[in-house]
Design a protein around this ligand. Structure first.
Ligand code: GLA
Ligand code: GLA
Length: 655
């Protein structure tokens, strides 16, 4: 099944004209009741249409076992509804209350060292705890029953950022569930032993009971055990999502269900390509981490989120109006960035722009995290900027509901390759899967080329050109699929450390790049990673870091696009295959180093920029049907050709 068939199809349950939703997490329980009326007034002033409610209010909703207090939430729901504001109601299961963890400390996660993860923050629960599950589902049932007919309710928000803090739990509950998961996957001890390569280091298992999560060990734990534990941990939280959803479906079949993903930066443990079909619409949280590619990273994340949604609209559940609180230094947004960040998400299919959170907290760990309504109050530049954004989104209502227009290039994104390529005991521990993918994305943006960041299980064949950076895990079927893709006219580009292992993390023999060796027409006998600070020069002027290889050309049709200066060995190759081609880059080039080789990769695929030459690189183009988004990537105003006006610094124009 292609990812678009798999993709979610329902949107929030709301009558009236299509619009771009605007809002935030709303945590009224942190404030005296008198403030709530001011909140709703100011929300209306800012153009807020929706809030996510009750995310962290389990202790308030259920002050003791068997005792519920819904009065305050009734009041908040009624008040919001009277103010014309819709509610994405949380199931409130993200942070179990002290009475529960005191009575049932066996729900607390255990880390790899065997230490308990104590309460005091949030998300201190084992994904596989039957006790936690029972209490959580009881709360979900009570909430769904209470609010099933409330007119403010437009969607359910399961838990919150599943896996943000508790993805890897090494407890006895996890061990039991891991064994059951392994039995379902392998069915026999022999198959597990074979898959895990347990002949190595005397790890042969003779009974399922002997198997543990990869807890702190004397040396490197079994890599396939690690990989399966990653798969299992992602599945365990997906199971929790399904369990809450089943209760919600039973009681409120008409209310769509979502949960906020974290497609951002180095958040890698949840395989969202595998989760996307579980929600009625995809939601995402994104926070900018400062750095030279911060803006492109936001675009990359928005882009990938939109592809998880099958190109259909998705919900930006959280981002920040300005600084966050959890980075070493929390940088405030510069003028223009609030709107540009928000509209970049819209450009890649978001039909909702929401923030953490509505009113900046006075107390608690997030009191210095920006919000829509800052400590300074409504008389502030930030609040005025928020209200302006609200107005801008109202004016952009015609964009709502429009699917993304596919790009000519697909960048293949594969969670399992990300997981495995960065495991321990490898040629280098410096390799960063997502950074390599982002470098290609930046290089394409620099040349004014649109790309879709597409999950490996998605509809790859639609793209004239596919870039598969560090496609490390290549089962035989995927190798076959990529070969047919090229034979049928597709142009594949891949890089170092691709094609190396199968689905069990076993190396394909006979020389690298293993499963892709014949397709690429090359053969590599040994990896040659580089030390920090070392680099290699290529004869096209580019510089490689991190990784090199001695690439032997094995097929006479292979064209060498660039060589290492030292030794003259091939560094970048291209093999014509059928009516397409397969290209290989054997070192880390970075965005600047990809630039000189990109034209020779794009040309045969017939991919050209859709932007006028003077805008390429400075402006990013994204297309949703008849709406073209021009995003200024720079800090300078840009004159649009043909006297079409000026694109302000850090701004977005929708035409
Ligand atoms: C996450 C959480 C929010 C809040 C923000 C802060 O996205 O879901 O509750 O903690 O981070 O950036
Ligand atoms: C030690 C061990 C070997 C092997 C090597 C790897 O020498 O005795 O089994 O692990 O390290 O360098």
């Amino acid at each position: 099944m292609s990812s678009s068939e798999n993709a979610p199809r329902r949107w929030i349950r709301r009558a009236g004209e299509a619009r771009l939703e605007f809002g935030a997490d709303y945590n009224p329980e942190q404030w005296p009741r008198a403030i709530w009326d001011d909140d709703v007034r100011a929300m209306r002033e800012a153009g807020v249409t929706i809030v996510s409610l009750a995310i962290f209010s389990w202790a308030r909703l259920q002050p003791a076992e068997g005792a519920y207090d819904f009065a305050w939430l009734d009041d908040a729901m009624d008040l919001l509804h009277a103010g014309g504001i819709a509610v994405d109601l949380a199931t409130a299961t993200a942070s179990p209350p002290p009475w529960l963890t005191t009575k049932h400390p066996e729900i607390l996660p255990v880390n790899a060292e065997g230490s308990t993860v104590w309460p005091g923050a949030r998300q201190h629960w084992r994904p596989t705890s039957p006790v936690f599950r029972e209490h959580a589902l009881r709360l979900v049932r009570a909430l769904a029953t209470r609010y099933r007919d409330h007119p403010a309710l437009v969607a359910w928000h399961v838990n919150n950022e599943l896996g943000c803090h508790n993805i890897y739990d090494f407890s006895d509950d996890a061990a039991r569930a891991f064994r059951a998961w392994l039995e379902a996957r392998y069915q026999s001890m022999d198959r597990l032993n074979e898959a895990w390569g347990t002949a190595f280091w005397s790890q042969q298992y003779s009974d399922w009971e002997q198997i543990l999560p990869p807890r702190l060990a004397a040396s490197h734990p079994n890599p396939t055990q690690q990989l399966d534990f990653k798969r299992f941990s992602s599945d365990a939280l997906k199971e929790h999502l399904r369990a809450e959803k089943a209760v919600l479906r039973e009681i409120t079949p008409d209310v769509p269900v979502t949960t906020n993903f974290m497609v951002m930066g180095e958040q890698k443990p949840m395989n969202y390509a595998d989760w996307a079909a579980e929600v009625d619409f995809v939601s995402n949280d994104h926070y900018v981490v400062p750095g030279p590619q911060a803006r492109d990273e936001l675009s990359f994340s928005a882009n990938l989120t939109g592809m998880l949604a099958g190109g259909r609209p998705w919900f930006l559940m959280e981002h920040s109006t300005s600084a966050v609180n959890w980075q070493p230094v929390n940088v405030a947004k510069r003028p223009g960035e609030l709107a540009r960040d928000s509209l970049t998400h819209v450009a890649y299919g978001a039909d909702a722009v929401c923030f953490f959170q509505w009113r900046q907290s006075r107390a608690g760990a997030e009191k210095y995290h920006s919000a829509m309504l800052p400590h300074a109050g409504t008389d502030s530049a930030l609040f005025r900027g928020v209200a302006e954004l609200g107005k801008r989104l109202r004016d952009l209502a015609p964009v709502a509901g429009t699917p993304r227009t596919p790009a000519p290039v697909g960048i293949v994104f594969d969670w399992e390759s990300w997981w495995v390529a960065e495991q321990d005991s490898h040629p280098t521990d410096r390799l960063r899967y997502r950074q390599e993918a982002l470098d290609w994305y930046t290089a394409l943006l620099d040349q004014g080329i649109r790309a879709d960041v597409v999950p490996a299980g998605g509809d790859l064949e639609r793209y004239p050109m596919l870039i598969a950076p560090i496609l490390h895990v290549v089962p035989a079927a995927l190798a076959g699929r990529l070969t047919r893709y090229a034979e049928n006219g597709g142009h594949l580009v891949t890089t170092y450390f691709s094609g190396i292992v199968d689905e069990n993390d076993h190396v394909w023999l006979g020389g690298y790049p293993g499963a892709l060796r014949d397709l690429l027409g090359i053969r590599v006998e040994e990896f040659a990673p580089l030390l920090d600070g070392d680099s290699v020069a290529l004869d096209n002027g580019a510089t490689g870091t991190l990784w090199t290889e001695r690439v032997d050309v094995a097929d006479s049709g292979v064209e060498v696009l660039a060589r290492y200066r030292d030794g003259k060995q091939a560094a970048i190759t291209r093999r014509p295959v059928g009516t397409g081609s397969a290209s290989y880059v054997s070192t880390r080039l970075g965005a600047a180093g990809i630039a000189p080789v990109l034209p020779s990769l794009l040309r045969p695929a017939g991919v050209a920029s859709e932007l006028p030459p003077e805008l390429r690189g400075r402006v990013e183009l994204a297309i949703r049907g008849e709406h073209r988004f021009l995003i200024n990537r720079t800090d300078e105003p840009i004159d649009l050709p043909g006297g079409a006006g000026v694109l302000d610094a850090r701004s977005v124009l929708v035409m």
